[in-house]
Design a protein around this ligand. Sequence first.
Ligand SMILES: Nc1ncnc2c1ncn2[C@@H]1O[C@H](COP(=O)(O)OP(=O)(O)OP(=O)(O)O)[C@@H](O)[C@H]1O
Length: 681
Amino acid sequence: MAIDPNIPIDWDAELVDLTTPQPVDVDEHRAPRHTDRQPILPKWARSAEAFQAQMRWAAENAAHRAGYHAVRLPLYVARLIARAPRGLGRVLRSWVAWMLDWDGRQVVRSAVAVSADGMARAQYVTLAEERSRRMKARLRMSGFGVLVSGAVGVALLAAPAWVQLLTAGVAVACLGAAGGRPDAPLATSAVVTSRVARLHSETVMRALQSLGIAGINRSPKEIGWPAPISRDGAGWRAEVDLPPGVTAGDVIERREALASALSRPLGCVWPEGAPSVHPGRLVLWVGDREMSKSPNPPWPLARGGAVNLFNPFPFGTDPRGRAASVTLMYASAAIGSIPRMGKTFSLRLLLLAAALDPRAQVWPFDLKGTGDFRPLQPIAHRYRAGDDPDDIEYALTALTELQTEMTRRTKVLRGLPSDLVPESKVTDQLADNSSLGLFPIVVGVDECQRWFEHPEFGEQIQAICEDLVRRGPATGIMMLFATQRPDAKSLPPVISSNVVLRYAMKVMTHQANDMILGSGASSSGIKAQAFARSDRGIGYLAGEGDDPQIVRTHYVDAVVAEQVVTRARAVREAAGTLSGYALGVEQDVQAGPSHDVLADVLGVIADKAWLESIAERLAEFRPAYEGWDKTSVSAALRPYGIVPAQTWLTDSATGKGANRYGVTADAIRRAIAERDGKRRK
Ligand SMILES: Nc1ncnc2c1ncn2[C@@H]1O[C@H](COP(=O)(O)OP(=O)(O)OP(=O)(O)O)[C@@H](O)[C@H]1O
């Protein structure tokens, strides 16, 4: 619209327009309606697969019932026989009662009582005569019945044995059935169907009002119901708009009180927010059964499929049975809980997923030492179970190697053009390029506290791990730690504050909770303390998606893990990416990617040498060995089976002979020959 400059603007009127709230005509400004139409056909009739699944279920159910009762048939027969005498007694009693018309006798007796009060005598006489007539007729019929039964009995004596048996069987079955008791049914139920009470809006409303949230109690009428309460998976789903000023988090924090108010087990009640709608939208899902007792679907990757670590892969399911995934790339992880809750299983699941990406190197360290990571051996690049001194030395050497590798990677990334590394980190394409050596490396450490608490190497290991957690993910190196003691000593603060993925199953204190899930988790209602001891494999997963979510991991035991790894190994063999431990090289210690420590040691000793002399000469020989001492040399040689022994040599500084730990050139040569032989195989 053009503005006419000749017409003066009335600024006062304009201001009034802006400042005075104008009523809105509701009809003119009606909000668009969003309606959910109910499906015309039930779910099972909507597709051939669903129909087949329904039919399969019905057939399986029928077969189960048949099998269940067939097995118990002898028990049912025994019960019928045992109940037959009582049944006979009941039948005889009913017969006598009918024949002698006991009901009629009651009527006549009450008529006597009434006639004393003045009832007409004629009425009593009529009732008595009627009863006597009825009795006579019934006695005649009974006599006839006895005669017929006697004749049938005599006929049966002459009948074939099977007829006699069949008749006796039917008679006993009928008498047994008549002798039953309502509280003790003959057959127990083959299928137990638990009926779950429907969730009503009044119940939810009452429960919300009992939580002591001032905003709700002040204006309960403002609680809104954007959708009717309906079935969702194996539970009821209620969507609630909380009164203004109340957030879904306020309710989530009081989950336990909510469960109590709804009279349901804690494991059934799962309030969630819907931040994409608004912070006051609460989605309350109340399961029919506790999460830990409902069926856990198998891991989709157990039977087939591959993983690209740059993309999400299935990890578990949420309380409503929806898939929950994890993306491992660029994410170090911390997993924690009290013992026996599923840390090792969940860490192994992540490592199995890494195994299914043929590019990735997997380095499992099982410090519990019970062999939980044994299934991963056939694809592992580095592997160790246990926390003996040589295991710790092995780990230190491996971590040193990893740190050097990380430094190499940072240099490679720095040297690449920006269009290849727009975010200065390894990309899917770069990981594919084998000449760059930027494949993902996934290190899983179960019971990591054993490393950090080690009196001799603990500090050194911790320093390297902190560096790897901070700088590793961008270069494709992911450190995953699991611990049953989430405190500052077991999970150093630098690590716990720098990990991205966090998975906490049951813990005992809010400190432990916050140590794994991040500080402030408890106060915002994310409480792994609320899990029960029976909630194995169930935890809060944070770092994937915007908000922490409850996830139950897929259950993958050692047998399934072995099958997955067999598949992963075949893929790796075809791709030529098997390396390290999987090829029989327990530890190929290299000070850098192109250095061979055995060859280097052999190069600095003539016949034999002390460890400290080797360390000094190595440092002069190659800068990568700077800082090495006799322990570093020993740790580097041990994986090849070279055990330092007392060696007599002359100390060049003092000119005196002495016995100190050293190695011989022959031992190194033998180790090189053995290693190269394994590689050729
Ligand atoms: N997703 C799951 N579903 C059901 N049960 C599970 C799941 N994950 C683990 N469990 C059960 O929990 C038990 C303990 O698992 P796991 O050994 O991983 O616990 P942990 O926390 O590592 O124990 P510890 O602290 O003693 O090492 C397992 O034996 C397994 O039966």
